[in-house]
Design a protein around this ligand. Structure first.
Ligand code: PLP
Length: 379
């Protein structure tokens, strides 16, 4: 059987990883500043993480959700404590898409409505929202459970013109990742909160990419000091182990049969997720992410040839005046540095492990500067 190839892959086959580094089958070493779409939060193969998963494997390797699993309660407790969302409940699943689908389902159960507002350039996983967002009409579906309305981010007037009592939910990323590191303003988030409240609309915050300390706060939306009805998490939650969660505010009542899952929150996923929270707490990775990110962005803003540097913490976007394909290849092939792209072809995304060392950031800075200076040299 062959694989069904529908997304691009970086031209590297890692066989070993440690901290912020990967090694390929020829023992070539790469600095990983992308972490597999922001998945690597505490660094590759962190010893505490490896031990927790190994111990779990040796005890009870794997079980589906047909039995009691006290690790889920431990995970929920630690997540509540570190995120400050102790009063939310946690429903565990396996991927960001699932976490968002579950949030949308709960929203519909809650107010009996179907229309969802999302924002241009947003990405919420391969959900009905992604199907609605694609420009490819051959893919655009007839199968949407929810009717999706896309609005520009931070356009208060368009939002006010669209919000009404027929809307089921608004879903917004803490910081748009795939769309190119676009940040909702605090004023806009406050407006969403107020208007959703007035119209009985469920406000869902997708922190799948921007959560888990990446932004310099546990959740990126916490810069705005507002409460969301649901928050979704995945990616950095398991540091590579597939796990996701929907955090649900207290005014949603759980009833048997509302949601379900076979593997969500299994013993291994919980062990991995608990290890991640332990390390984030013990190594102060949230504060570290803020400080290192601020310093890094300040430096990046001094480099020639970058149109805009934007982000928070260690979720950084560099926008250039030109498509970055050659720049990315040069970083990859000449300097062995891996970075990410965005739907906008002029943007590089930096999403390193929150444990990334200053010396590794310096390596990147020097490489980028060298490439840019060469590129800008008159011929
Ligand atoms: N939400 C956001 C903000 C994402 O960036 C992604 C993935 O890139 C998802 C949801 C979907 O997550 P998954 O690929 O685990 O389904």
């Amino acid at each position: 059987m062959k694989t069904f190839n529908v997304y691009p892959l970086m031209p590297i086959t890692p066989v070993k990883a440690q901290g912020s580094y990967l090694w390929d089958q020829h023992n070539k070493k790469y600095l990983d500043l992308y972490g597999g779409h922001a998945v690597i939060s505490i660094g590759h193969s962190h010893p505490h993480y490896v031990k927790k998963i190994t111990d779990q494997l040796n005890n009870l390797a794997f079980y589906s959700n047909s039995v009691q699993n006290p690790l889920q309660e431990e995970l929920a407790f630690k997540l509540g404590e570190l995120s400050g969302c102790n009063n939310y409940s946690l429903f565990l699943s396996n991927s960001g898409a699932e976490a968002n689908e579950n949030a949308l389902k709960l929203a519909s159960f809650h107010n009996g409505r179907k229309k969802v507002i999302a924002f241009n350039k947003s990405f919420h996983g391969r959900t009905s929202l992604a199907v609605a967002a694609t420009n490819d009409t051959s893919i655009q579906a007839k199968v949407n459970e929810h009717e999706v309305i896309f609005l520009p981010l931070n356009d208060s007037q368009k939002f006010l013109d669209t919000i009404n009592d027929s809307i089921c939910a608004v879903i917004i990323e803490g910081i748009q990742g795939v769309g190119g590191i676009n940040i909702p303003t605090i004023e806009f988030l406050n407006l969403l909160r107020k208007k959703c409240h007035e119209h009985g609309v469920v406000l869902i915050l997708d922190e799948v990419q921007s959560g888990y300390g990446r932004s310099g706060k546990f959740f990126a939306h916490q810069y705005a000091f507002i409460e969301f009805d649901m928050i979704t998490v995945a990616k950095g939650m398991g540091n590579g182990f597939p796990v996701a969660g929907t955090l649900i505010a207290p005014h949603f009542e759980s009833k048997y049969g509302m949601l379900g899952t076979t593997f969500g929150g299994n013993h291994l996923a919980c062990a991995a997720s608990i290890a991640v929270l332990d390390v984030i707490k013990d190594e102060n990775l949230i504060e570290r992410s803020f400080e290192i990110g601020e310093k890094w962005m300040k430096h990046l803003k001094t480099l020639p040839g970058i149109k805009e540097v934007r982000g928070k913490g260690l979720m950084i976007g560099l926008e250039f005046e030109f498509p970055i394909a050659d720049l990315k290849n040069a970083l990859n092939n000449e300097f062995n540095i891996l970075v990410g792209t965005a739907s906008n072809k002029n943007i590089i995304r930096l999403l390193p492990a929150l444990t990334v060392k200053q010396e590794d950031i310096n390596l990147f800075n020097t490489a980028l500067e060298q490439i840019l200076l060469n590129q800008l040299k008159p011929v």
